[in-house]
Design a protein around this ligand. Structure first.
Ligand SMILES: NC(=O)c1ccc[n+]([C@@H]2O[C@H](COP(=O)([O-])OP(=O)(O)OC[C@H]3O[C@@H](n4cnc5c(N)ncnc54)[C@H](OP(=O)(O)O)[C@@H]3O)[C@@H](O)[C@H]2O)c1
Length: 241
């Protein structure tokens, strides 16, 4: 039996590495994105993994999108809530729009995506929900009140839902990456990265998207069936949660 995995924000960055790793592990994979058509098309051409466009801030769009994926690929066994954004700024400068964009995507997006797949997972007595949180949800980060709040919320969501899914064969876990070399991190000024961030990482480098993808493949597997409600930290030793 080939399992179906859906990866939000699965066309670039960490999400692309997750989609590819799940595909290589034998899953039928679908990947979503929100606006970067060029990257999504190139990803689909390169990998053969089908891509779907909708905004995870919109509940109805998620319901409709998931129905399309299920009609094309099959019932979703593994949901990877990976899509996320930053709108960094010191709190006194942060706007309500910045706050709502980040909470809408990084926290509400998890509800919008998980709620429609949950009944099917319960009926089939199997499911894997894997939420990509962040080191900055664990420790808090200056200039990221919105992002840290959302990512800490993702961990609370994971722990609560794990308790509801356990009796139905559904595991719910979070992965907390440290600083990974994607566009999101490359947006940080070079000077800040070199002088402030890299010296705080004991292994002395940024993580690779594939290193996060391997965590996800493990949590999705049957071998990880006893692991639920957990937070898998992958940050090069930067923060010991
Ligand atoms: N990079 C890091 O160091 C790091 C560290 C800790 C945690 N994380 C978390 O890991 C996840 C992936 O990060 P990344 O660095 O790979 O990000 P990225 O390269 O910026 O990619 C983000 C992906 O999310 C999609 N997306 C954004 N907003 C969306 C929305 N409203 N609806 C649907 N899709 C949306 C984007 O679609 P488009 O391509 O269409 O824009 C893109 O595919 C995020 O949750 C992030 O918070 C990253």
């Amino acid at each position: 039996m080939t399992r179906v995995a859906l990866v939000t924000g699965g066309t670039r960055g960490i999400g692309a590495a997750i989609s590819i790793a799940l595909d290589q592990a034998g899953y039928r994979v679908a990947a979503t994105y929100v606006g970067n058509e060029t990257e999504a098309r190139s990803f689909q051409d390169r990998t053969g993994i089908p891509t779907y466009r909708w905004d995870i801030r919109d509940y109805q769009a998620c319901k409709d999108g998931i129905a399309r994926v299920e009609a094309d690929v099959g019932p979703i066994d593994v949901l990877v809530n990976n899509a996320g954004i930053t709108r960094d700024g010191m709190f006194h400068r942060i706007t309500p729009e910045d706050w709502n964009m980040v909470i809408g995507t990084n926290l509400n997006g998890l509800f919008n995506m998980t709620h429609p797949v949950w009944p099917g997972m319960r009926e089939r007595s199997f499911g894997r929900i894997i939420n990509i949180s962040s080191i900055n949800g664990q420790k808090g980060q200056l200039g990221q009140a919105n992002y840290s709040a959302a990512k800490a919320g993702d961990i609370g969501f994971t722990k609560a839902l794990a308790q509801e899914g356990a009796a139905k064969g559904i595991t719910v876990n979070a992965v907390c990456p440290g600083y990974i070399g994607t566009e999101m991190v490359r947006a940080i000024p070079e000077k800040v990265l070199k002088e402030h961030i890299l010296p705080q990482i004991p292994v002395g480098r940024l993580g690779e998207p594939e290193e996060i993808a391997r965590c996800v493949v493990f949590l999705a597997s049957d071998e990880a069936g006893f692991i639920t409600g957990s937070t898998l930290t992958a940050n090069g030793g930067q923060y010991l949660a």
